[in-house]
Design a protein around this ligand. Structure first.
Ligand SMILES: Cc1ncc(CO)c(N)n1
Length: 223
């Protein structure tokens, strides 16, 4: 069976999960109605988010229980850093240079979420870390797949956010999410106990809430 722990976490945090996956921002991406300034604010912050997120994966390299897990975590860093080219490409199309993006301040929602996952990894073991990271990769893969399946999701003419949706619905991002589910299963097989579950659920649910806050930051333009 695949993703036993992840599916359990998702079920036990169902209302937080749907507030994240079906956020107003996400619906606006799907039907193209999201105001462009909200998307631009989000995307610049997401670029800054990814750099901090790569640091969290780097903690995973350090905490990995063996060489195989170390390599997987290192691959994850590469995938996250590659994702930033989507961001810079879209920002360039609005006239925003890489330097301008990189020198933007991190919004509070960006700081809150990234420091939360980094700290989960510093304080805990690899299972704590991957549980805290899972709403990110697996959630965006789910959002990408759902939006791509809706009417105008992937239609470049009808939806200004089609390129964004295509990235997360695409084969390589879907494979990344699949790998991350397999990683959670391997680490759970090694070190999950029932006694640990409530603490893992608390980490998961907090990360999911911080994801929803991240969308809200985009909508509000808040710093
Ligand atoms: C906030 C956030 N969560 C998840 C992803 C997926 O990588 C992203 N790019 N940004």
């Amino acid at each position: 069976m695949v993703a036993v722990l992840f599916e359990r976490l998702k079920r036990d945090a169902a209302s937080a999960w749907s507030a994240y996956i079906d956020h107003e921002f996400v619906r606006g991406l799907g039907d193209g109605s999201l105001p462009k300034p909200a998307f631009q604010h989000y995307l610049v912050q997401d670029y800054l988010f990814l750099i901090e997120f790569a640091r969290a994966y780097a903690i995973g390299v350090y905490k990995a229980p063996d060489l195989a897990e170390m390599r997987k975590a290192a691959d994850g860093i590469g995938a996250i850093l590659n994702e930033t080219s989507l961001h810079l490409r879209l920002c360039a199309s609005w006239g925003l240079s890489p330097d301008a993006v990189a020198s933007t301040r991190q919004a509070r929602a960006t700081i809150a979420y990234t420091r939360f996952v980094q700290e989960a990894g510093l304080r805990g073991d690899m299972l704590d870390l991957v549980v805290a990271l899972s709403p990110c990769v697996v959630g965006y893969a789910e959002i990408g797949a759902v939006l791509a399946a809706r009417g105008q999701g992937l239609d470049d003419g009808a939806n200004p956010y089609a390129a964004w949706i295509a990235e997360y619905a695409g084969e390589s991002y879907q494979a990344l999410a699949f790998d991350s589910l397999a990683q959670i299963d391997r680490l759970a097989a090694r070190s999950l106990t029932e006694a640990r579950y409530p603490a893992l659920l608390a980490l998961f649910e907090e990360a999911v809430r911080l994801e929803a806050d991240f969308w809200q930051m985009g909508l509000d333009g808040s710093m």
